[in-house]
Structures are given as C-alpha cells and as structure tokens.
Design a protein around this ligand. Structure first.
Ligand SMILES: Cc1cc2nc3c(=O)[nH]c(=O)nc-3n(C[C@H](O)[C@H](O)[C@H](O)COP(=O)(O)OP(=O)(O)OC[C@H]3O[C@@H](n4cnc5c(N)ncnc54)[C@H](O)[C@@H]3O)c2cc1C
Length: 407
C-alpha cells in the first residue's frame, strides 16, 4: 500500500524516460502555442502502450454492453468501466499523470479531459455510442472535451445551467453556451451537459454528444490564461444545434438526482485523478529545491545550511509525503470500490493547496533563478493554481467535505 510494486515502478521509469525524451523538449513550443499537445498525446498512447490498455478497457465495456441481458450483471476484474483504471490498476493512471505533470501539467489536463469525455460515454452510452465515439477517443485518434461550465453557471453548474436540449422527433436541438472548456478549440467530440426538456415532468440534466462539424456548433479561439498554456481552453456556442436523439447519454425517464447526479460521478473521478497531477508538481519542486539548496552557496556556505531554507525544505517534504499517501489511498479506494465524494474532495483540496504552496516555496528557495522561465518552477506554479479552481474550487471541496461529515 505505501509504495509502488515492481510493475508500477517499471511503468514509472518508462513514463519518466518518455517525458524527458519527448515531452520536456516540446514544452517551450507548447507554452508559446506554436505546437499543440495532441500529436504528443498520440505518441504517448503508442510509445507507452497506454492506448492499447485503454482500448482493451473500452472493448471489454462494449462486450459487456453487447452481451445477453442475463450476463450483464456479472462484472469481472478485467472489465473496469472507467479509464481511470489503466490496465485494471488505478495506481498506473496516477503514476502516468504524476510523471507527465512533473514536466507539463497541461498535457496531463488535455489527457484527463479527453478521457473525461470517453468515460461519460462508457458509463452511460449504448454499445453503438461506445463503439463509434468512445473507442476512437481511447485510441487517441480523436480528441474529446467534457463541457459542464457556463458563463453564468460555474460552482452552481447544475442549478444555473442555461443550455437547453429540446426533443424534436428523432432529434435533440441544443442551444446555449459553455466556457472554460479544456480542449474545446480543437476537440473532435464534445460531451455537453444540457437541461433536456421532456414532454412530461421537469427538465433533466444529461450529457449529449456533439461532433465537431455539426451545424449550429461553434467553438471560440483558445482563451489567454495565467498558466496551463499547453492545454487549450475555450468556449462552445450552440445555436439550434441538431443531433440524433440517440446521442443522449442516459435515459430521460430516470429520476433527476439531487446535485448533479451523473455528472458528479465524472466530477468525483476528475477530483480523484487531479491529486496525482498535483503530486507530480510537488515532487519535482521538492527535488529541484533540495538539490539547488545543497549546491547554491551564499555567505560562504550552501544555502541549505541556513535554517530558514532547511525548515522550508522540511515543510515541502511533509507536503510531499502527505500528498503521496493521499494518492495511494485514492487508488486503493478506487480498487476496492470505496471512492466517495468526501475522499475525492479532501485529496483534491489538500494536494491543490500544497501544489501552490510548495511551488511558491520552491521559487523562493531558488531566488531570482526560480522566477526565470529557464527553470520549470514558475511554469509549475502558474499551472498549480488551476487545481484550486478547475474540477470545483477549493471552497466547493470544503463544502462537499463539510456536507459529507455533517449529514
Ligand atoms: C484551465 C481551466 C480548465 C477548465 N476546464 C474545464 C472543462 O474542461 N470542463 C468544464 O466543464 N469546466 C472547466 N473549467 C471550469 C471550472 O470547473 C470552473 O472555473 C470552476 O468550477 C469554478 O467556476 P467559476 O469559474 O464560474 O467560478 P464561480 O463559481 O463564479 O466562483 C467564484 C468564486 O466564488 C466562490 N464560490 C462560489 N460558490 C460558493 C459557495 N457556495 N460557497 C463559497 N464560495 C463559493 C468560488 O469558490 C470562487 O472562489 C476549467 C477551468 C479552468 C481554469
């Protein structure tokens, strides 16, 4: 439980090697926008066998959906339903995201966003939708986006949602707008949450699949932002956008669940993978800082010999240990089917706060050099801030934790 086994360690070594060889040299071009992350994502999928593992999972899901009704209730270990269990082991996903995030948290964000779209289909889609849409995403042949946030509906994404889908015969007609959506400027496929108007009863919030190129769907240019420059973020505009009714994920007959229902499953999973991304930032910052503090000399001695610096490093190490333990616990909880909103929010909140605090401390340890773009620290700090907002803000995580312990 407290350390990686041989298989996980070997995977970590392979991913680190790939990131040093392929990803690190590409970061300046990704940061400036000269290069997009998607072709790198495809190489990652192929070179590290990630696409193969994900596709096997999608195919297992497809087989299960296509199986006769009597055998559908039987679930085997080889049939995890979510891409957060790479090869049936959630810790492999954590290792993958941690290693990518040591170099480029943005590329990890691009990856989880496309998988978020795939996962929504795997969880709620028919066999036909899984085959047509989820498998190409899992092979990284197509890129997906997962679109919940709107200009007027962020933390209150469900209560404030304005995007509407109206059933017209065999079609759904969508109108509305989404914003701050990862991959939106370049995605091939969008899982868009909309308030679906039914002939009877209250509207229900459901994800609907929309392909790029569908009349009535437009995306804006990449938004300029503080960090995560290697993960394009943008808006989606829907003007009477007509898609087949079969693109609706989930049935309209199901009762509306309080506070988000199906989207919360994806949000909990997003919250449960983000701590591994924060861990990558923390781990890299601690390593860089310890080594710099031992080398850098001022006043005739290594700066590590000053208690002010040594104590800072000790606190950074404490955050690293705690974050690592939370990531291990999350993987254990996922494997045991014990992942709940409390644990996902608690881990996401702690790891996001520590990624910001540790990256700022790392810059301080490095002095002027830490502030310069030549070192990875200022980028990691700008990227770290996203984790206190995306996937639900710190305040919303606190609210979720409080609600779960007080209920
Ligand atoms: C880089 C990036 C990528 C993103 N990618 C995606 C994506 O792929 N898909 C997607 O759907 N969304 C995405 N988001 C959107 C993100 O999930 C939202 O920004 C986030 O949920 C917060 O919503 P908001 O920005 O509207 O802030 P608001 O909800 O307006 O919040 C503003 C402030 O008020 C606080 N607040 C709000 N309600 C409460 C409350 N009840 N109690 C206390 N404080 C409260 C918030 O914590 C925050 O501090 C992304 C965001 C970023 C920055």
């Amino acid at each position: 439980m407290f350390e990686l086994d041989d298989t996980q360690r070997a995977f970590e070594t392979a991913v680190r090697g790939w990131c040093e060889r392929e990803l690190a040299p590409a970061v300046p071009a990704l940061e400036s926008g000269e290069r997009l992350p998607y072709e790198l994502l495809r190489s990652l999928g192929t070179d590290l066998g990630v696409a193969e593992l994900l596709t096997a999972m999608g195919e297992a899901r497809l087989a299960r959906l296509s199986a006769p009704a009597a055998s559908k209730g039987m679930r085997s270990d080889a049939d995890p339903t979510t891409p957060t269990q790479l090869g049936g082991d959630p810790l492999l996903t954590s290792v993958l995201l941690k290693e990518i995030s040591r170099v480029s948290p943005g590329v990890a964000l691009v990856l989880i966003s496309t998988l978020g779209c795939a996962m929504t289909i795997l969880e709620r889609g028919t066999a036909a939708l899984v085959e047509r849409y989820a498998l190409p995403l899992l092979r990284f042949e197509k890129i997906g986006a997962w679109a919940l946030t709107e200009p007027g509906a962020g933390s209150d994404a469900f209560g404030g949602m304005q995007t509407r889908a109206v059933v017209e015969g065999d079609a759904l007609v969508l109108s509305g707008q989404k914003t701050f959506i990862s991959n939106a400027p370049h995605a091939d496929l969008f899982a868009i949450y909309a308030r679906v108007v039914r002939s009877e009863g209250e509207p229900v919030v459901r994800p609907v699949l929309v392909e790029r190129g569908t009349a009535g769907l437009e995306t804006g240019p990449p938004l300029r932002k503080m960090g995560m420059h290697d993960a394009p973020t943008g808006e989606i505009f829907l003007h009477a956008c007509r898609v087949p009714r079969a693109n609706l994920l989930g049935s309209l007959g199901e009762p509306t669940q309080a506070r988000g229902g199906p989207a919360l499953q994806t949000l909990n999973l997003e919250r449960s993978v983000m701590p591994a991304m924060c861990l990558g930032i923390i781990e890299r910052c601690v390593e860089e800082s310890v080594s710099y503090a031992k080398e850098r000399r001022q006043f005739g001695r290594a700066i590590a010999e000053f208690q002010g610096i040594a104590f800072k490093l000790a606190r950074m190490e404490l955050a690293l240990e705690n974050a690592r333990n939370l990531v291990l616990k999350l993987a254990w909880a996922q494997r045991e089917g014990k992942l709940d909103a409390r644990l996902a929010s608690l881990a996401k909140l702690y790891c996001a706060e520590q990624a910001v605090a540790v990256s700022l401390a790392a810059i301080q340890v490095h002095g002027g050099a830490g502030y310069m773009a030549e070192l990875p620290l200022e980028k990691l700090m700008r990227d770290a801030k996203m984790f206190e907002i995306g996937g639900g803000t710190n305040e919303i995580q606190l609210q979720t934790i409080a609600r779960s312990i007080l209920s």
